[in-house]
Design a protein around this ligand. Structure first.
Ligand code: NAD
Ligand code: UFG
Length: 343
């Protein structure tokens, strides 16, 4: 058995895929989650995929005392992958303090516990939202961080600053991974995204419309300065993302970092429009999607996709799955949920 990794938010969408991938690589995994946006049954699903159920701690990481106790109990950690956060952009505009409280307090508590219990390595879930509307495309890691468009986005910027300051002052080391648009589900169909209520994001909205949970998909805007008039994003398969996390934590454990705080873009390096995503879905699933054009959604940037050269070169990681894989797995997951094969 290799090292033990604490995965906060590990029953969530990206965390569960990463926990499975870590176990596949022989790591021992402890998941810490308060289940505010996920289900405990995901642990059984991870066991079905990997043959091993991760250890689980039900904990709200905004509690400093409980976070300290977690590290006191698991005193043999080689690193932390910190996913736990709220992530709905629109909700963060409505309830900014809820977002600052949850996303920032939990991070500070984790970092303090890491210092106290001598755990050096933390991988942080950041987002391409820190680039705002980039001046040029593709956007690389040296592009300026723009004023945040939402309190959620601001929590990612401030979190990166908190981590950078903490690394500079002490013994911590970190890798911040800036995700572009994570979509799709595990190829087994056993884990995937579980949006509570009406989804904000495109792909869950597509699959829920196709399965009949929603009447119609609204395509936000058709007059953007893009080839087909709809917004362009860099969609990345969640399994590719999970693999990058394993590589990142391993890089720190093996002391292969060039700097104690590194930042990497995680995307495929190419963008697709909303209409291209819809067409890919229809092609792969042979399901006709009910969609119509609607007003632009406030805050959407017309186009953004990643320059992934730094991640490709330094991490030796390349996203392998294409848009068809993303649609196929997202659809399989939605069908499994509908047929109650999961919960
Ligand atoms: P998710 O909501 O599926 O997973 C987050 C998990 O954290 C959930 O299981 C939730 O119960 C848990 N959690 C939240 N607050 C907690 C707390 N105080 N204590 C303990 N557990 C807590 O989200 P996800 O899509 O898997 O995102 C994971 C991370 O990646 C987040 O930090 C998110 O901001 C970031 N991110 C996500 C996307 C995306 O599109 N999904 C894009 C960029 C960055
Ligand atoms: N879209 C629709 N209809 C929908 C939902 C989305 O047309 O019902 C469009 C959006 O307008 C956008 C594209 O599909 O053009 C992608 O939208 P998502 O909401 O899926 O993703 P975003 O790019 O807006 O947001 C994602 C993450 C955020 C992160 C942000 C950074 O969800 O967490 O990327 O840009 F902050």
């Amino acid at each position: 058995m290799k090292n033990k990794i604490l995965v906060t938010g590990g029953t969530g969408y990206i965390g569960s895929h990463t926990a499975a991938e870590l176990q596949k690589h022989g790591y021992s995994v402890v998941i810490a989650d308060n289940l505010c946006n996920s289900k405990k049954e995901i642990l059984l699903q991870i066991e079905k995929i990997t043959g091993k159920k991760p250890e689980f701690e039900l904990i709200d990481l905004t509690s400093p005392e409980d976070t300290q106790k977690l590290f006191e109990k698991h005193n043999d950690l080689s690193g932390v992958i910190h996913f736990a956060a709220f992530k709905a952009v629109g909700e963060s505009v409505e309830f900014p303090l809820k977002y600052y409280h949850n996303n920032l307090f939990s991070l500070v508590n984790i970092l303090q516990a890491m210092e106290k219990y001598n755990v050096a390595n933390i991988v942080f879930s950041s987002s391409c939202t820190v680039y705002g509307e980039p001046d040029s495309l593709p956007v690389d890691e040296n592009a300026p961080v723009k004023p945040a468009m939402s309190p959620y986005g601001n929590t990612k910027q401030v979190s990166e600053e908190i981590i950078s300051d903490s690394v500079g002052a002490g013994s911590l080391k970190s890798i911040s991974l800036r995700y572009f648009n994570p979509v799709g589900a595990h190829s087994s169909g056993l884990i995937g995204e579980l949006p509570l209520g009406v989804p904000n994001n495109l792909v869950p909205f597509i699959t829920q419309t196709a399965i009949g949970k929603r009447d119609v998909l609204k395509v936000f805007g058709k007059d953007y300065p893009t080839p087909d008039g709809t917004c362009i994003r860099d969609y990345i398969h969640v399994e590719d993302l999970a693999e990058a996390h394993v590589i990142a934590i391993e890089r720190m454990i093996k002391c292969n970092q060039k700097n104690d705080f590194e930042v990497f873009n995680l995307g495929t390096g190419s963008g697709n429009s909303v209409l291209e995503v819809i067409n890919a879905f229809e092609e792969v699933t042979e399901v006709k999607l009910n969609y119509r054009f609607a007003e632009r959604r406030p805050g959407d940037v017309p186009e953004v996709w990643a320059d992934t050269k730094f991640a490709n070169g330094e991490l030796g990681w390349v996203a392998k799955k294409n848009l068809a894989d993303m649609m196929k797995t997202a659809w399989k997951w939605e069908q499994n949920l509908a047929e109650k094969k999961i919960f």
